[in-house]
Design a protein around this ligand. Structure first.
Ligand code: ADP
Ligand code: MG
Length: 287
């Protein structure tokens, strides 16, 4: 396994009157090249969990292993870990700070000690991956861009580190539909073409249904479900009970079923749902 988490607990502000446990007994393994979506209601611990993966937060109890690197409550020297795991925060554009787009994306690779030619190569490659025009944009200020473009500059900065694992905290939050789709296609391409392991927090069940190979559901500090999207979304009641939703297509099919149509409800895509509905209509006509 590329990532293994064993018996992990995490408490914010440990040993203070403000102590707040955010993760309880997390056990999890993720294989190289998986596309995992992490879902759960607000406050369930999703962001806290992914920050453990690159050492931004250290476990209070338990351990994490990423390839051969072991992280424990008192681990130090986390640079090696950060070269394996790239973390894109929520609203990453808030962390842009350099005068040019080039300088912003080059910041990480520079800290890796690469030479100028290697850095330029990394910036070019990362910009191409998120579909930003290198020649046109490299000398412009990141702050002159649209929200969706700023987000892509921030993500390019993480991609330029060329980590084998990419973790994203609600990468499409607040973007317009066009930017969302462009960004998700870019992430999906990274997964397919480069075999990068993707771990993505998302609130859009339609996107989860479309992209995830595996869905992990969190509620109240714990992992409560871990399965393929099809199996997860069969449990509509359980998801609704913790305040989550199901994909639009599943909802439509549930409604039809309630009205007496003989349809299966676990269709994840528009195409699947359409085929299922047409079949049900035909069956009814022939009956
Ligand atoms: P999610 O990402 O699923 O919304 P979080 O991981 O952000 O959840 O939060 C989990 C719990 O930890 C919440 O109860 C939240 O209030 C608490 N929490 C998050 N960040 C901090 C912090 N810096 N200090 C104290 N408590 C925090
Ligand atoms: Mg969060």
């Amino acid at each position: 396994m590329q990532i293994t988490i064993e018996n992990l607990d995490f408490t914010y502000k440990l040993n203070t009157p403000f102590a707040m446990q955010a993760l309880e007994n997390i056990n999890l393994s993720i294989a190289e090249g998986e596309f995992v979506c992490l879902i759960g209601p607000t406050g369930s611990g999703k962001s806290t969990l992914i920050q453990q993966l690159n050492g931004l937060l250290l476990p209070t109890n338990g351990k994490i292993q990423v390839e051969e690197l072991v992280i424990m409550p008192n681990s130090k020297r986390l640079n090696a870990l950060r070269r394996r795991v790239g973390l894109v925060f929520q609203y990453p554009e808030n962390q842009l700070f350099e005068e040019t787009i080039f300088a912003d994306i080059a910041f990480g690779p520079k800290n890796l000690g690469l030479n100028a030619a290697e850095i330029e190569e990394r910036v070019k490659k990362a910009m191409a991956l998120v579909k930003l025009d290198y020649e046109k944009l490299k000398n412009r200020s990141p702050f002159a861009l649209s929200g969706g473009q700023m987000r892509r500059v921030a993500i390019a900065g993480v991609l330029a580190m060329e980590t084998k694992i990419l973790v994203l905290d609600e990468p499409i939050a607040g973007l317009d539909p066009l930017s969302r789709n462009e960004l998700l296609s870019a992430i999906s391409e990274l997964h397919e073409k480069l075999g990068i392991t993707i771990i993505m927090i998302s609130h859009s069940m339609d996107d989860v249904a479309k992209y995830a190979q595996r869905v992990i559901v969190m509620d109240n500090k714990r992992i409560i479900m871990d399965d393929s999207p099809r199996e997860i979304f069969k449990n509509a009641e359980k998801l609704l009970a913790v305040g989550l939703d199901v994909p639009t297509m599943s909802k439509l099919l549930w409604e039809l079923k309630k009205q007496g149509w003989q349809v299966k409800t676990d269709c994840l895509s528009l195409a699947e749902a359409k085929a299922e509905i047409l079949q049900a209509v035909r069956r009814k006509k022939n009956a």
